[in-house]
Design a protein around this ligand. Structure first.
Ligand SMILES: Cc1cc2nc3c(=O)[nH]c(=O)nc-3n(C[C@H](O)[C@H](O)[C@H](O)COP(=O)(O)OP(=O)(O)OC[C@H]3O[C@@H](n4cnc5c(N)ncnc54)[C@H](O)[C@@H]3O)c2cc1C
Length: 466
């Protein structure tokens, strides 16, 4: 059912203020006029301001995108959505929840885990909204089992640039739906959606962690773990030679046993409310030496024998959430993440070349994870594709780092892979078009629904999408 926005729905006045704004990597930063809406009517009214003033803008949810995909284009405005967090309906029989766009994964877990339900796909932090999750078509540790966020969504309610309210999903207005999935917020204003929660027996995750000797060992473990719903491996990306790819492999599934946190886990949970990085750390804190030391220490502390335990979902899915504002440890310069996926091959040459390129550059990554995606892939700008994904955080070393990323792009393009736009802050238009050959089809849908370019972002401008 499609309807038009009524004038009476848009009367509440919006307050616009200038603010500094950035994504989770704190690079780049910009100043923009922004407004916080507490009700859906106010959200729609702010959108009407854009139209009346012939301006343009973008929704900013929890800002957990790393780079500039949640930032408006030059001179654009920001519509904050996180207060639009009402649950509108829940069907206990089927697990379908109807909610506003600003409802977060955290809020869904708090409300529905006690009733025996969990979000179907979660990223490495619970502080993301359902709107943000759809616009980056997020994946979790269960991609090989459950696909992406979009695979569990229906009846997405979108306010398009022309003021039309459209409901879309894989079966209705499907062109608009698939352009919105991973579409970086550029197709319209998402107001609400329905999401199918997964029934679970409780908060426990039965997990195993295994010390990985090298890349070959990682691929062996990954192949033999496909019956686990969730898998991921931390990787020491500083290790060279025969140790290249060493790390800690984690696999697990929801279970009905109560979690038994080990002493360290109990302490972390108890002090988590006060763990906070209150201000930007000095840039020198994270340098190639401290990063190398951290990687060696983290690898060394895991016992040689495999660990089997039942843990709470929080340390399993969201270990970084225990420290608030952990992104400040990178200092004022911020940090960049490079996440790519390449098809799996016999010798996994591309992954080895990427790790080689990184060790040779001397710019280590503090946090790096590797995972094999499953077969599920969506059209348009959605990132996940069959193959191996590697995600690496680097302090913002400036031009030297950008040069390294450009060299990594060449390897990824040659291997037929792509980088994750929701984590990007620097990809060139030329490299983007080589990685996402379907971009032109996506753009046709964007132009059809937003011919005047009301929805514009910093990344969208850089990549020629708006
Ligand atoms: C610690 C950490 C771990 C992470 N782990 C993963 C992971 O494992 N897998 C993964 O896929 N991602 C991961 N991410 C990235 C994160 O899941 C995505 O960037 C997510 O989209 C952020 O959601 P958000 O609510 O913060 O949205 P924002 O970052 O604020 O916005 C994301 C996009 O959605 C658009 N948008 C949001 N709401 C609306 C709306 N109502 N209407 C129109 N457009 C809208 C915005 O304009 C923007 O383009 C991680 C991020 C962090 C910080």
């Amino acid at each position: 059912m499609n309807t038009h926005l009524e004038k009476s729905e848009t009367q509440s006045p919006s307050t616009w203020k200038t603010e500094n704004i950035c994504g989770w990597g704190r690079y780049p930063k910009l100043r923009a006029l922004s407004t916080h809406s507490e009700t859906m009517d106010a959200f729609k009214a702010s959108f009407q301001d854009l139209i009346h003033e012939r301006s343009h803008g973008l929704v900013y949810a929890h800002g957990r995108s790393y780079g500039d995909s949640c930032l408006p284009a030059q001179g654009g405005r920001v519509l904050h959505s996180r207060q639009l967090n009402r649950i509108l309906n829940f069907d206990e029989e089927s697990g379908w929840v109807h909610c506003e766009t600003g409802v977060s994964i955290y809020e869904l877990i708090q409300k529905f885990l006690p009733l025996g339900f969990f979000p179907p796909v979660v990223p490495g932090t619970q502080f993301v909204t359902v709107g943000g999750a759809l616009c980056n078509d997020i994946h979790g540790k269960n991609h090989h089992h459950d696909g992406t966020f979009a695979d569990h969504v229906r009846k997405v309610e979108i306010l398009t640039a022309s003021g039309e309210l459209i409901y879309c999903d894989a079966d209705h207005n499907s062109e608009l739906f698939w352009a919105t999935v991973g579409g970086l917020g550029l197709t319209g204003l998402i107001l609400s959606m329905e999401l199918k929660l997964t029934p679970v027996a409780g908060p426990g995750i039965k997990m195993e962690s295994i010390k990985v000797k090298n890349l070959d060992h990682f691929f062996e473990l990954s192949s033999e773990s496909s019956h686990f719903t969730h898998t991921v491996s931390w990787i020491d990306c500083v290790a060279k030679g025969s140790a290249m790819g060493r790390g800690i492999f984690m696999r697990g599934r929801h279970c009905n046993e109560s979690p038994k946190p080990r002493a360290l886990g109990r302490i972390a949970q108890a002090i988590s409310p006060i763990l906070n990085v209150p201000f930007s750390m000095p840039n020198l804190m994270l340098n190639p030496l401290s990063i190398k030391a951290f990687n060696a220490l983290y690898y060394g502390k895991h016992p040689k024998a495999d660990l089997h335990q039942t843990v709470s979902y929080e340390p399993f899915f969201f270990p970084l959430d225990f420290v608030k504002n952990w992104n400040r440890i990178y200092g004022r310069r911020g940090f960049l993440q490079y996440q790519m996926v390449v098809p799996k091959t016999e010798d996994n040459h591309a992954i080895r070349s990427i790790l080689n390129e990184i060790t040779q550059s001397g710019m280590g990554s503090f946090l790096a994870v590797i995972k094999e995606f499953g077969e599920r892939q969506h059209q348009g700008l959605s990132f996940p594709a069959p193959g191996v994904t590697l995600a690496l955080d680097f302090p913002n070393y400036g031009q030297e780092l950008l040069d390294l990323f450009n060299r990594l792009d060449q390897i990824v393009i040659k291997a037929g892979g792509r980088v994750y736009l929701g984590k990007d802050a620097r990809l060139s238009k030329e490299h983007f078009q080589a990685m996402y050959p379907e971009w032109a089809d996506w753009k046709k849908v964007k132009d059809q629904w937003d011919p005047d370019g009301i929805f514009r972002s910093s990344i969208g401008e850089r990549l020629g999408l708006c």
